[in-house]
Design a protein around this ligand. Sequence first.
Ligand code: HEC
Ligand code: HEC
Ligand code: HEC
Ligand code: HEC
Ligand code: HEC
Ligand code: HEC
Ligand code: HEC
Length: 340
Amino acid sequence: MRWVVAALPLVCCFAAAEQAPAPECATCHPAEAKLHAQTRMAHAMSPALSSAFVQNLPPHPLRESGDGYAFTYSNIENGVSVTATRGESHAQGVIEWVLGAGAQGQTPLVRTMDGVRESRVSYFPQLRQYGITVGQDGGASPSAEASLGLKESGRDLQSCIGCHSSAITRDLQPVIPGVQCGRCHLGAEEHARGGGKPPGDSARGKLPLNPGKLSAPEQVRFCGNCHRNKPPVDDAQLENLRFQPLRLVKSRCFASGQLACTTCHVAHQDARRNDPAFYNAKCHACHDSQSFHVDERKTGDCIGCHMPYVELHPALHFTDHYIRVVKTGDLPASIIKRRD
Ligand code: HEC
Ligand code: HEC
Ligand code: HEC
Ligand code: HEC
Ligand code: HEC
Ligand code: HEC
Ligand code: HEC
């Protein structure tokens, strides 16, 4: 059976408690389960009370700007209550979930009387600072409600949670937060229910999808269901530098048909920060000679020159996955940073 890769459902609404739960993947795959549990993907969404956003809140209110709204947070049973105040004007919301594992930023979802909002305030762990959520305008908000965040349409909210969680019901209760096994291994529930082996003769017939067995272009598209295959913003925007699949497919290396995400990334592990040697070794698998370099000093840090590290916001750093000879002026010099 061929899996239709492009059809990975971003949101897998499930009917609660219809069947007995499948055996845990960890019973039969303890090594993968242990590794994956430590990844940021597994923690791409977390209950508010256990998030860095809540745990680092200062004792005094936060302010959107000098003359703007002030935000007061207080713990409640299943999350945090937030009140925005400016003179007589105020509004209140509840935060149950926070998005982002906290490597770069964490953004809460704020439930208000008239729907769910993407919090105006985010926490940026690298800066150890709270600030306006990337993509939202700075300055004082026009109203107390608006100061709590950008209102999400039902559709936006579904895709937002759809990329950061593994199962949600239509009313968002309950939610299985984080990118868990079944998001990449489609069909795994059924496989687990069958005791790991499908009934009948065809021993491999009902194995779940293994993205490691897809062709390189198929795998890149598969991961791109969440990491983006298409620019969500205007094609020319610098923000697109953060979308690895989108950039990778422009590379001549990718045109070889052999370059997949797992050529460089180890499944069930985070990206390796500050370990260029690990990635440089991957280049040598296909580029064994150095004859392409006019200058023999260009031997060491391949990714340092060919996969620039870019700063899209003081707290958000990404690797430009468009592997190429980067020409002067190709990217604004101000956003290219040293990896350490
Ligand atoms: C009762 C034991 C059992 C459980 C529970 C189980 N598996 Fe497996 N799984 C197996 C066995 C055995 C194989 C190897 C089958 C083979 O190669 O014929 C396997 C193979 C796999 C593969 C490799 C498929 C491939 O084509 O290489 C993946 C991925 C996988 N399981 C994921 C999962 C996930 C995710 C879960 C939890 C939802 C899960 N499994 C639950 C026993 C189990
Ligand atoms: C269901 C959506 C989804 C799918 C499918 C998915 N990812 Fe992710 N991935 C995420 C999210 C969300 C994050 C951000 C985690 C966080 O909050 O920091 C992430 C983060 C990552 C990271 C960075 C972790 C770090 O070091 O900070 C890597 C690497 C990664 N994904 C690789 C992959 C690869 C390779 C595939 C395909 C095999 C894949 N992802 C498929 C949603 C997904
Ligand atoms: C199409 C899938 C997708 C959607 C929709 C999506 N995200 Fe993400 N999000 C990701 C991936 C993938 C990453 C990891 C980025 C990386 O490290 O390259 C991420 C990272 C993050 C981070 C970590 C900081 C950062 O910017 O890297 C936060 C916070 C976040 N998302 C919040 C949200 C919120 C809030 C929404 C909805 C308003 C949302 N996301 C919608 C896929 C998605
Ligand atoms: C972000 C996507 C993603 C998630 C989430 C994920 N995996 Fe995987 N998994 C992969 C990829 C990619 C491979 C293929 C690795 C390779 O071939 O290099 C893989 C391979 C496997 C295999 C086959 C290993 C082998 O030696 O052939 C098993 C078993 C497995 N995963 C189990 C799990 C379990 C259990 C979980 C949850 C705890 C999980 N995976 C979560 C992407 C994922
Ligand atoms: C799966 C094999 C493969 C891997 C791995 C790989 N490349 Fe390539 N790369 C190629 C192929 C094939 C070409 C095209 C060569 C040609 O057309 O002559 C290419 C082209 C290039 C080019 C020229 C691009 C241009 O637009 O002029 C650069 C630079 C490059 N690779 C650097 C790297 C670096 C750095 C790494 C490691 C981060 C890497 N490659 C990993 C296969 C690969
Ligand atoms: C040629 C090697 C290579 C390939 C192929 C590759 N990556 Fe990466 N990736 C890297 C390097 C190098 C880093 C930066 C590690 C560091 O921080 O030093 C990285 C970092 C990341 C990060 C962390 C955020 C960032 O941009 O720095 C994510 C997420 C990610 N890769 C996802 C993917 C996905 C999804 C694919 C497949 C579409 C992919 N990568 C393919 C080399 C690669
Ligand atoms: C100091 C920066 C630097 C480093 C380090 C570096 N390169 Fe290059 N690379 C360049 C430049 C600039 C060019 C364009 C040709 C030239 O000026 O030598 C180039 C050219 C190339 C090309 C050929 C592009 C074409 O036009 O076909 C490939 C392939 C390549 N590099 C791969 C690598 C690999 C693999 C490594 C690591 C072993 C590496 N580079 C390290 C800067 C660098």
